[in-house]
Design a binder for this molecule. Structure first.
Ligand SMILES: C[S@@+](CC[C@H](N)C(=O)[O-])C[C@H]1O[C@@H](n2cnc3c(N)ncnc32)[C@H](O)[C@@H]1O
Length: 262
């Protein structure tokens, strides 16, 4: 897959564009491309753009759906919170989101008070996340939430393998995994046109079994895999528990059951 370039559309932000390009190894352009996909830094934010029919894709924690979720979200009763084990929990777990993407799930968990490490291997997704986190850090409504979110641009398989070597007290309690599967629900994908652009650029995650094994080796309490309701489970270890939702399912891998002495 060829590297997605970065174009700076705002002369006053050229230094910032150079920093982003260096940090995420993005080729920096001096002219806006006429086709393909590219990242564009404008006056407000960083976006993934294309000459095709898809709209702009960006990560967002302050406005829009994130604002709505902050204000009207289902608290610890919402499915992702239940899957992580927050319902009735006295202490909030340290969570690693091994497939951070645009940070939607991490943001929900950080809003509920969890410390979340966001792992993202794609330079495009990591740059979009980095930009959204910067904006969230400056906004009074989100600065506390953003302070609980730490972005690491790395492949989760090797990052988690290093964690598995640490004493249990330093390892993540929960590892959350939401890979991009080729079988992702067609209807919901069509509803989110922008996400199709994201999927085109990022590609499918064909190494999810390895990621699941690394997550199980690193987590001390549970691994949570998010799947479309009728999607196949990740090949390999069988889930200990399955939480079915309307459009999403969570496959739980309970460490005590899988590794009794762990
Ligand atoms: C379906 S998206 C995740 C969406 C995310 N849950 C959200 O709320 O926005 C999957 C993401 O995981 C990333 N990913 C997949 N395997 C990974 C790995 N081994 N290490 C780091 N990131 C990975 C992909 O690059 C992609 O951005």
């Amino acid at each position: 897959m060829t590297a997605t370039p970065l174009y700076c559309a705002e002369p006053a932000r050229r230094d910032h564009a150079q920093q982003l390009a260096a940090r995420f190894a993005l080729p920096l352009l001096t002219q806006r491309p006429t086709d393909g996909y590219w990242l564009e830094l404008g006056p407000e934010r960083l976006e993934l753009l294309t000459s095709g029919k898809h709209g702009a894709v960006y990560a967002e924690f302050v406005e829009g759906a994130a604002k709505h979720r902050r204000e009207q979200g289902g608290g610890r009763g919402q499915p992702v919170a239940k899957a992580i084990g927050l319902k009735g929990a006295k202490e909030l777990p340290r969570v690693v989101d091994a497939t951070a993407g645009l940070g939607g799930d991490s943001f929900v968990l950080a809003t509920l008070g969890c410390q979340v490490t966001l792992l993202e291997r794609s330079p495009v997704a990591a740059a979009l996340l980095f930009d959204a986190l910067e904006r969230a850090r400056w906004h009074p409504d989100t600065m506390d939430i953003a302070a609980r979110m730490t972005l690491v641009h790395a492949d989760a398989r090797s990052w988690l393998a290093a964690q598995a070597e640490l004493p249990a007290a330093q390892r993540p309690e929960v590892v959350f995994v939401d890979p991009m599967f080729p079988d992702t629900d067609k209807k919901s994908a069509a509803a989110k046109k922008g996400m199709q652009a994201f999927q085109q650029v990022i590609g499918d995650d064909l190494d999810s079994s390895e990621l699941l094994a690394a997550a199980i080796a690193a987590a001390t309490v549970r691994v949570v895999v998010k799947r479309p309701q009728r999607g196949a489970a990740i090949a390999g270890v069988k889930p200990s528990v399955v939480l079915d939702g309307k459009s999403t399912r969570f496959d739980l891998y309970v460490i005590k059951a899988l590794r009794p002495q762990g």
